[in-house]
Design a protein around this ligand. Structure first.
Ligand SMILES: *Cc1c(COP(=O)(O)O)cnc(C)c1O
Length: 352
């Protein structure tokens, strides 16, 4: 879909959301950082504990930093309690329960389907091709007038690969609903982020997270980038204080330590390569799939058996065998150098 074509976000938005009046919180009206005001508006405990006040519902200072770093406008950024919340809000904003549908491309991230179940929205699954790339023709055939969202995970979880940019461009042009590109693992890839394309595609939504490369899974912070029109729809339906004060402060502070994060990222990428080289020769590993993420998908002789054996040695990996195209596969997250060494030793000791 190009800018020139008539494309109305409002037409995609659920009817009840179009006319919704968002909750106006006390902190929407007056920010607590507003000078020497006395705040008697929100029934908070007045004694300072650093967290006695409600957090900024619009997360202004954190968003400002993120927007600057990514080269987008603040109005093109939405923050969620993890990107899982962002995905849920997309369903709630755009999908009419028991009427609309979304398209997913298995094998892929399991939450898209779980959220479809929670929100009573039909999931149309169009399997990836054997090379783990999207089947563009079949995706477009599966599309109906009720297809509101298309989830594209790139790099894809659990397969680890980047999805073809050319194919994604075609889908962005031809899919009539929103195309959500989940970039949870983008920092591990050299490929450019789709954030750069937001100005070109009014139906593009990109999600990223602080949980993987940035090392902050525990604070629950996800980011959504899209046109200001799409972002304003999400702002209307979000829980008022969805990103808590500790998370906002911690994430803002960690921006000052980007060097350390860069070093961690470099180590993880080196370790990923080291794992590939060590796993390929293991006799019961049939395939180590190329990865643009911080994990490797491997195909083994007997995934259940190997999973249990690793577990007995105290190593927890993920058996992905129930996913289509993933028979006898395990997904292994890149660990610290010591953890990876232990994994390599353990796998080599298992050879029987
Ligand atoms: C881990 C993961 C997420 C979840 O991110 P949170 O921000 O921690 O909720 C989203 N998408 C994919 C593909 C993931 O692997």
């Amino acid at each position: 879909m190009t800018k020139k074509e008539a494309f109305s976000i409002q037409d995609l938005v659920r009817k009840n959301v179009r006319s919704l009046q968002p909750y106006s919180s006390a902190r929407d009206e007056y920010s607590k950082t507003g000078g020497n005001m006395v705040f008697m508006d929100a029934n908070e405990n007045p004694f300072n504990t650093l967290v006695n006040r409600y957090p900024d519902p619009q997360q202004r200072s954190l968003k400002q930093r993120i927007a600057e770093r990514k080269g987008v406008a603040v109005e093109q950024v939405f923050l969620g309690n993890g990107s899982d919340e962002v995905l849920d809000l997309l369903y709630r904003a755009f999908c009419e329960p028991s009427q609309d549908n979304v398209i997913t491309l298995p094998p892929t991230y399991g939450m898209y389907k779980v959220l479809g179940g929670i929100n009573d929205v039909e999931i149309k699954e169009v399997l990836l091709l054997p090379d783990f790339q999207p089947d563009v023709e079949r995706i477009l055939e599966a599309q109906t007038t009720g297809s509101k969202l298309l989830f594209i995970c790139s790099p894809n979880n659990p397969t680890g690969n980047i999805l073809s940019a050319e194919k994604i461009h075609t889908l962005l042009q031809k899919f009539k609903g929103l195309v959500v590109i989940d970039e949870a693992y983008a920092d591990f890839s050299k490929n450019p982020s789709w954030i750069d394309q937001i100005a070109n595609y009014p139906n593009l939504v990109v999600t990223q997270t602080f949980s993987k490369a940035l090392g902050m899974a525990g604070i629950r912070l996800g980011v959504c980038y899209a046109s200001s029109e799409i972002i304003s729809v999400l702002n209307r339906i979000k829980p008022p204080y969805n990103v808590n004060e500790l998370t906002q402060q911690f994430a803002t502070e960690r921006f000052a330590q980007l060097d350390r994060m860069q070093q961690e990222l470099k180590t993880i990428l080196e370790q990923r390569q080291r794992l590939v080289e060590a796993l390929v020769p293991v006799s019961f590993i049939a395939e180590v799939y190329p990865s643009d993420a911080n994990f490797l998908l491997i195909r083994v002789d007997d995934a259940r058996k190997r999973y249990q054996q690793l577990l007995q040695k105290g190593i927890v990996v993920r058996n992905r065998s129930t996913q289509p195209l993933c028979e006898n596969t395990l997904r292994i997250t890149v660990g610290t150098p010591e953890e990876n060494e232990l994994l390599i030793q353990t796998l080599n000791d298992l050879i029987v």
